[in-house]
Design a protein around this ligand. Sequence first.
Ligand code: PLP
Length: 481
Amino acid sequence: MDKLIFEISKEGRVGYKLPESEIPSVDINKIFPEELLASEDRNFPELFEVDVIRHFTNLGRKNFGVDVGFYPLGSCTMKYNPKINEDVSSFEGFANIHPLQPAETIQGILELQYKILQALSEITGMKWGTLQPFAGAHGEFVGMKLFKAYFKAKGEKRTKILVPDSAHGTNPASAHISGFEIVEIKSGSDGLLSIDEVKKNLGPDLAGLMITNPNTLGLFEKNIVEIAKLIHEAGGLLYYDGANFNAILGKVRPGDMDFDVVHLNLHKTFSTPHGGGGPGSGPVLVKEKLVPFLPVPDISFKDGKYYLNYDIPKSIGRISGFYGNIAVIVRAYAYILTMGHDGLRHVSEMAVLNANYLRKMLSDKIPVAYDSICKHEFVLTGKPIKDSFGVSTLDIAKRMLDYGIHPPTIYFPLIVPEALMIEPTETESKETLDHFCEIIGNIVKEIKENPELIHKAPLNTPVRRLDEVKAAKDPVLRFKK
Ligand SMILES: *Cc1c(COP(=O)(O)O)cnc(C)c1O
């Protein structure tokens, strides 16, 4: 186990020296009131510069990321993000502007925001939107607020949101904190939303339906047009969770499927490194009837100039401090422009091809839960392996670490027992996918021959099997001698 930086500290060592100051020093005790002064030893580590660099470089090397190896984390779209997007987002003109600058001095970034909103509206089949939400879940929350504002303006009291049992956890959570009541819809035996189940819940209290399509099993809801018709006839609205848009990019559009509101995860589909809680961006796009309710400020264009518009009477108001996660939005715009129309379409073609190739190749090793043509991802079930050999999906995931592969999402969606949810993404080569299949084949062989070994995995990672909840339940945030 590596030592903490505090433990390698040696009293009196200095990393960096400043020239002798010409300004006379003052006694700090005379400037600040006594009660504001730190009373105890601050205990900063004292090291040479080279030791600091080595310490953090070595720690960084222990990290696993998509630039290191295959990362098939279902629903999270851990794909390779082209470095040109990084270069563009760090251009001085973008990186050094201040969010409080007057609009006339930041015309460039306003133009970029205006143009990406146009592009995203076109990509999703919507009218207009907002770039402010900081994450997918934040976008969902904004979407639910828009539903509320829409019904309020119509003088209707609608309280129920239908959410399938395969939904991403953030969907019911966002609807709930926006004050809606969740009605869980059971998936059919084919893993799809059943028209009959939806029909049971139509009524004057229905606010709408919230789904992701393809759903979390990677299956496309083929009855969506009929379901949308039923929801609209009952007076409800449709929300599209577009976090994993690489499944359908350039092929079908939520707007054409008759959805009213959609959020995208720029940090998944539109190429930004993510994980560990950020950075993210979850733009929300809406149909014309919901445009009046969008958050302020809106970005508009008139007589050759871009404006930030705060005067929108029906708006749900501000939902972020400034204009959203601008650096992520710049990356996404660079990505859209470098890919172009055909390139974006190619994304979904490759994402779907890769997922179906892996699904077929793996299906004789670990069974596929709902085995039919999928979109960008698919779900395996480790239940037969658990029943026969006592090896759980968690054990299998841990063993993958020994082979230098990041494990897939596990135990989600909840409707699949011992689930392994795999999304290879569009940026992986056939060789990488074949290598992954070979590793899964090896692990399945090991399970049959030596299940004990798998229970103990990982065996050759920097840390072994961790207590999954200890860091959250018993955090130690400060070093004390
Ligand atoms: C990732 C994801 C979300 C949530 O996005 P965050 O940016 O993590 O809040 C919602 N729905 C689906 C289907 C997702 O994959």
